[in-house]
Design a protein around this ligand. Structure first.
Ligand code: PLP
Length: 368
């Protein structure tokens, strides 16, 4: 496997722990969350698109791509979490009260929060770190949010957002948690459960059983937490292998797994802006540590190439969306692929699900 640039010293690009498939946890309250999402304006399940050419390339039976390029009118999956969390936050406040919903973002979560604040008649204040594409920043402002751009990292933006949310009538709606701040990120993770419930229904419709492998682009790991809860939170059936994919320049989940403890790494810019995080969510960490089979890091050029390939198959992937395919390629093909395939228990008849978490409208894909 080729080591992408930017990995912390001594951190390999690949980690696996097959015992994770036997780990179980409590299930998610999927039905309540799905009913809420179904009531939002414009809700429809996003497509799960089969791409036989990618299955042939990866040497597996079927590849299906969950295409989040148009989710509730936005170009990424994040609104599933932001909407459910905003609903929960507003439900516990006195009816009719006004609140400023505060967050930090690499782009997609902040835009989703701003959209939901507007839908529910509230205001949003969004902190944006350096390196986020200007069109992504403009898109947040266009939702009616107050935007504060900083020159520092995502972690610094989170700290500033948490500080700003201490003001009266303000509420932090962050998609990562730490000790003392667990409830809201927990709601965001619950919100993501709709995506996996849709996949179940769509795989059943496609006549496919449980997938053998699900590839997940990871930033702070909250989407991965939702994925682990979905597949490890139910009894019976064959548990799929779960693989996170991160940029080499911001592989905080991989680095923490390799070290065996949650840690912070220094990050640098990546076209996979939504994955540019230096510290995994502490709320997600126990699920990542115990329930995740494998983690891989990829280079920007590989996610861009994967996104362009997906576009060629009619899936308008952004750079984070391409990461899953780049990660599956790194894991399932190339030198020593046999050992990695064995660790993931992926054979020639396997069904692989790739989460394409954003469209190119969220973040542009560089030309080759
Ligand atoms: C498009 C996209 N994909 C994946 C992720 C990763 O989600 P998480 O930070 O929960 O790991 C993000 C996070 O912002 C994102 O914007």
């Amino acid at each position: 496997m080729i080591t992408p640039p930017g990995l912390p010293a001594g951190c390999p690009p690949w980690y696996s722990r097959p015992a994770a498939r036997a780990w179980t946890c409590a299930p998610a309250p999927t039905a309540r969350v799905q009913a809420f999402h179904a009531g939002l304006p414009g809700y429809a399940p996003t497509p799960l698109t089969e791409v036989p050419a990618i299955a042939a390339e990866l040497g597996v039976g079927r590849v299906l791509v969950k295409d989040e390029s148009a989710r509730l009118g936005l170009p990424a999956f994040k609104v599933l979490g932001a909407s459910w969390a905003v609903r929960q936050v507003l439900t516990r406040r006195p009816a009719g009260s006004r609140v400023v919903l505060v967050t930090a973002t690499d782009g997609n979560h902040g835009r989703a929060l701003a959209r939901m604040a507007r839908l529910f008649g509230q205001q949003a204040h969004v902190f944006v770190p350096g390196g986020v594409h200007p069109t992504a920043v403009a898109a947040i402002a266009a939702e009616g949010a107050r935007v504060t751009e900083i020159t520092g990292t995502y972690d610094e933006a989170v700290r500033l957002a948490a500080e700003a949310a201490r003001a009266p009538a303000a509420e932090l709606v962050q998609d990562a948690g730490w000790p003392g701040y667990e409830e809201v990120p927990g709601w965001i993770v619950e919100g993501y459960s709709t995506l996996f419930a849709e996949i179940d229904a769509q795989l059943a419709e496609a006549g496919t059983g449980e997938p053998a492998l699900v590839a997940i682009p990871a930033g702070v790991g909250s989407l991965t937490q939702a994925c682990v809860i979905h597949y490890r939170g139910r009894a019976g059936g064959r548990a799929p292998a779960l693989l996170t994919v991160e940029p080499g320049t911001a592989a905080c989940v991989l680095a923490s797994l390799v070290r065996g403890e949650l840690g912070t790494i220094s990050t640098s810019e990546t076209i996979m802006a939504g994955l540019n995080c230096g510290t995994p969510s502490m709320v997600a960490w126990p699920y990542l540590r115990d329930g995740l089979d494998a983690a891989v890091a990829v280079a920007d050029a590989d996610s861009a190439a994967a996104a362009r390939d997906l576009a060629g198959y009619g899936i308008p992937a952004g750079p984070c969306g391409g990461a899953s395919l780049a990660g599956a390629r790194a894991a399932l093909t190339g030198e020593d692929a046999e050992a990695r395939r064995a660790a993931l228990a992926v054979g020639p008849a396997a069904t692989v699900v790739l989460l394409c978490t954003e469209g190119s409208a969220a973040n542009p894909v560089p030309e080759s």
